[in-house]
Design a protein around this ligand. Structure first.
Ligand code: GAR
Length: 202
C-alpha cells in the first residue's frame, strides 16, 4: 500500500486554485498526497509560473498545436504516466476530456466548478461566464462544486459544495472573487485530501 498519492494539476489560467492546493500542502493539510506535476493546455497560463516557483515540474501541452484531440490526450497521458500520477485535479482547466480519457481515471479526476451544480454548468459555462449567468438570472445564492469527472461536462458525482451569497451591486468580477475566497480555495484542497485518502486506502 502506498502512503501518498501523486497529484497532477491541470490548468489553463491564473492558477489561484492551484496556489490554494500548494499552500494547503505546504501547511500539511494534504498529508495523503503531493503535487508531482502541473500541466497547462495554454502557453500563457500564469499557473505554470506558480508551479515553477514552488519547485514543481510544469509543462505546457498546447492543445491548439496538437493535430487532434487524440494526439492531445496521448501527450497528456504520456506526461501523466512519466510523473507516476495517481489522481488528476482540474483547477480551471478549460479543455474538455473525452470518455476514452476519463474512463481510464475513474473516480481519480476531480474538477472545481464556480457554481452550485446543476445550476450554470455544462458546455460553455466557465470562468466569468458562470458568474455573469448567475447575476443575469438573479439568483441570491451561488457557490462552488467539486465533483468527479466523467464523460459529461460537469456531470460527474458531486463530492462537496459550498454556498456563497450574491450581494446587491455585484459585478461578475466581484462575485467571482467572493466565490473563490469563500468557497473554491477552501473546498478544493479538502477534496484533494479526501480523494488522496481514498486512493491510498485501496
Ligand atoms: C475558477 O473559478 C474555476 O472554478 C473555474 O475557472 C476559474 C479558474 O481560476 N473553472 C471553471 O469554470 C471550469 N468550468 P484559477 O485559474 O485562478 O484557479
Amino acid at each position: 500500500m502506498q502512503d501518498t498519492a501523486n497529484i497532477a494539476v491541470l490548468v489553463s489560467g491564473g492558477g489561484t486554485n492551484l496556489q490554494a492546493i500548494l499552500d494547503a500542502s505546504a501547511k500539511g493539510d494534504i498529508p495523503h498526497g503531493q503535487v508531482c506535476v502541473v500541466i497547462s493546455d495554454r502557453s500563457d497560463a500564469y499557473a505554470l509560473e506558480r508551479a515553477r516557483k514552488s519547485g514543481i515540474p510544469a509543462f505546457e501541452i498546447n492543445k491548439k498545436a496538437c493535430s487532434s484531440q487524440k494526439v492531445f490526450e496521448e501527450k497528456l497521458t504520456e506526461c501523466l504516466s512519466e510523473h507516476g500520477t495517481d489522481m488528476i485535479v482540474l483547477a480551471g482547466f478549460l479543455s474538455i476530456l473525452t470518455a476514452d480519457f476519463t474512463a481510464r481515471y475513474k473516480r481519480r479526476i476531480i474538477n472545481i466548478h464556480p457554481s452550485l451544480i446543476p445550476s450554470f454548468c455544462g458546455a460553455g459555462y466557465y470562468g466569468l461566464r458562470v458568474h455573469e449567468a448567475a447575476l443575469s438570472r438573479g439568483v441570491k445564492v451561488t457557490g462552488a462544486t467539486v465533483h468527479y469527472v466523467n464523460e459529461i461536462p460537469d456531470g460527474g458525482e458531486i463530492i462537496a459544495q459550498k454556498a456563497v451569497d450574491v450581494l446587491p451591486g455585484d459585478t461578475p468580477e466581484v462575485l467571482q472573487r467572493r466565490v473563490m475566497e469563500q468557497a473554491e480555495w477552501i473546498l478544493l484542497p479538502k477534496c484533494v485530501e479526501y480523494v488522496c485518502q481514498e486512493i491510498v486506502r485501496q
